[in-house]
Design a protein around this ligand. Structure first.
Ligand code: GDP
Length: 195
């Protein structure tokens, strides 16, 4: 997949600000610091279009990227930080609900998790939340370069079992460092975007 054009079109705080163009979309979710920005940057071959290591608790927006004039990536703010206030969390919940329940052109989601660890309770909640909207979920197990080759299969099995992944959902071992998994991630995304 060759990305010729990638730009951020809007950071939307509410529904009114979503792009009107009816391009198909893939939403990207993940705990903060899990490697979501690095995943986006690697997929679109830009060093720093998606901001890496943004501080938790900062402005909560849905960031819409237009790729090759043909689809959107929607970066959903990280979840699972203890430090935000109850009020912030409620706001986040409302924004998520508004988007996932109502966005017609949303085709699938990519849930980015850390391949080194057993999925956290937050990861499991997020997977279930996305399935509740009947969305296909690609699980991106990133930071693969940080685990020993001999440990990989065991770790991927643990992820699959802990999330209780549905048979139709695909688990993609990935590394933003080496680019491993990029082709499979693109093939899978294009299948959802074109399907
Ligand atoms: P985000 O908060 O989920 O957007 O996380 P970032 O993309 O900012 O990544 C958090 C940290 O993990 C940064 O220091 C990245 O350089 C590092 N990181 C992200 N992906 C990988 C990866 O695949 N391999 C390695 N070794 N480090 C990664």
């Amino acid at each position: 997949m060759k990305v010729n054009q990638a730009e951020i079109i809007i950071s939307a705080a509410s529904k009114k600000q979503y792009p009107k163009e009816p391009l198909p979309e893939i939403a990207l979710a993940g705990r903060s610091n899990v490697g979501k920005s690095s995943f986006i940057n690697r997929m679109i071959q830009r060093k720093n279009l998606a901001r890496t290591s943004s501080k938790p608790g900062k402005t909560q927006t849905l960031n819409f990227y237009r790729i090759n004039e043909s689809f959107h990536f929607v970066d959903v703010p990280g979840y699972g930080y203890a430090k935000v206030s109850k009020k912030e969390r409620a706001k986040w919940g409302k924004m998520m609900e508004e988007y996932f329940a109502e966005r017609e052109q949303l085709r699938a989601t990519a849930l980015v998790i850390d391949s080194r660890h057993k999925p956290t309770e937050d990861d499991c909640l997020m997977y279930d939340y996305l399935k509740h909207f009947e969305l296909p979920v690609m699980v991106i197990a990133t930071k693969l370069d940080k685990i020993k080759k001999g440990q990989r299969n065991k770790q991927l099995k643990l992820i699959n079992e802990t999330l209780e992944m549905e048979d139709d959902d695909i688990l993609i071992p990935f590394s933003s460092e080496t680019g491993e998994g990029k082709e499979l991630a693109w093939t899978t995304m294009l299948k959802y975007l074109n399907g």
